[in-house]
Ligand binder design. Structure first.
Ligand SMILES: *Cc1c(COP(=O)(O)O)cnc(C)c1O
Length: 381
């Protein structure tokens, strides 16, 4: 590791003596102009041109067949799981190493998670770990993939592209085909991340993106469902907007829908933020390269993008050589006003998921005990 302390190193990057947060939003483009325009037009809510425009921008950028804007990323995940056919009583495979929203979304549909281990390459769901769990515990029947012990259907898998690093999707898709399981990608953290040239969230049947205030770009609060086909997209739009059958004045709703539509006010912010996404990606890549150089030749291992992928480097991360070294780094930085933090507690340690089915979680436990996130806001170039 460089002779310079991590605190001085980060302060030099951000050129400030003030508190340095984990990830702060910046609005130096057309944000004020577009938001003001929605206020002046009075179309701040469920009708307005910015929602359509924002969805189109995301479609063009990601290459998805249809993007559907939602109130937040958790709502996008909920709608995606609903559209994937997940219903009460189903089991859904996911990571124990994730942000709680992944599990909350499926929990509130009456489904339950199965936790499998993550890959040390991606920090996301490991296809081999999933296959091994299924070989031990599942069987494919005429009614889909059944968990033998509980007789419940394993309907879907939700890998999460941790900190923007894409999971091993080709291998995962092969496991999904083998076991007849639907793939829904939690791409909340990975706008701007590509797997072998394809945008994350577009390889599964559905993907969910978040535009929360701490994500790479923000709409204040917001999310997007990426849909594999135009038909699925049309149905997703319908069901996230109360499932109202279009009519000049009559109210008829043909299924139990959600009110998950993104307000036009938020979409205006999103349209402006899409204009600076490429710049942020470039800035974050430079920042990641600087961290990587800083930790080179040390026993701290900086997390880099997998070689099959191009990551957005949403949150930079380093694996510490020991728990003591991690705690020392956490204290040293936070005491000096430079925010760092450990990764999330594994999901099966939370009271509501403590009884969930799970496979071996050795990698997840190692990462949980050793990983630290570093300040990751885009830097001036
Ligand atoms: C941010 C995030 C979400 C949810 O996004 P919200 O917009 O905050 O609801 C879901 N999953 C993961 C992994 C996230 O990081």
């Amino acid at each position: 590791m460089s002779k310079v302390s991590i605190v001085d190193f980060v302060r030099d990057i951000y050129q400030t003596n003030d508190f340095i947060p984990m990830h702060a939003p910046t609005f130096n483009g057309n944000e004020q102009k577009y938001v003001l325009e929605t206020i002046q037009s009075t179309f701040v809510s469920s009708v307005g041109k910015f929602v359509d425009e924002f969805e189109q921008k995301i479609e063009t950028y990601t290459g998805t067949a249809k993007a559907v804007a939602t109130v937040n990323g958790t709502a996008a995940l909920h709608a995606a799981l609903y559209m994937a056919g997940v219903r009460a009583g189903d089991l859904v495979i996911t990571q124990a190493l994730t942000f709680v929203a992944t599990c909350n979304a499926l929990h509130h549909m009456g489904a339950e998670p199965i936790f499998v281990d993550v890959s040390p390459v991606s920090l996301g769901l490991c296809p081999k770990a999933m296959d091994e769990f299924l070989i031990q515990h599942a069987q494919v029947t005429d009614n889909g993939c059944i968990h033998k012990q509980t007789k419940r259907r394993i309907r879907a898998v939700v890998p999460m592209h941790t900190f923007g690093h894409p999971v091993e999707l080709d291998e995962l898709i092969a496991v999904c085909h083998k076991w007849n399981i639907t793939l829904v990608e939690d791409a909340a953290e990975s706008l701007g991340s590509f797997y072998k040239g394809k945008h994350t969230g577009t390889l599964g049947d559905f993907g969910a993106v978040s535009f929360n205030g701490n994500k790479i770009i923000t709409t204040g609060g917001g999310g997007m469902v990426l849909c594999k086909t135009a038909e699925l997209g049309a149905h997703t739009k319908h069901v996230t907007t109360t499932a109202k059958v279009p009519h000049p004045y009559e109210f008829f709703h043909d299924e139990a829908g959600f009110n998950y539509r993104m307000p036009n006010l938020n979409a205006a912010l999103g349209c402006a933020q899409m204009e600076v996404l490429e710049l942020y990606l470039a800035q974050k890549r430079v920042l990641a390269n600087r961290y990587q150089a800083f930790f080179e030749n040390s026993d701290f291992q900086f997390v880099t993008e997998p070689d099959y992928a191009q990551s957005n480097y949403w949150l930079n991360a380093v694996i510490c050589p020991s728990v003591a070294a991690r705690d020392e780094l956490l204290t040293q930085t936070n005491d000096a006003g430079v925010m760092t933090r450990p990764i999330w507690k594994l999901m099966h340690r939370l009271p509501m998921f403590k009884d969930a089915l799970r496979g071996d979680l050795t990698q997840s436990e190692h990462i949980e005990a050793h990983l630290i996130n570093l300040p990751s806001s885009p830097i001036a170039l």
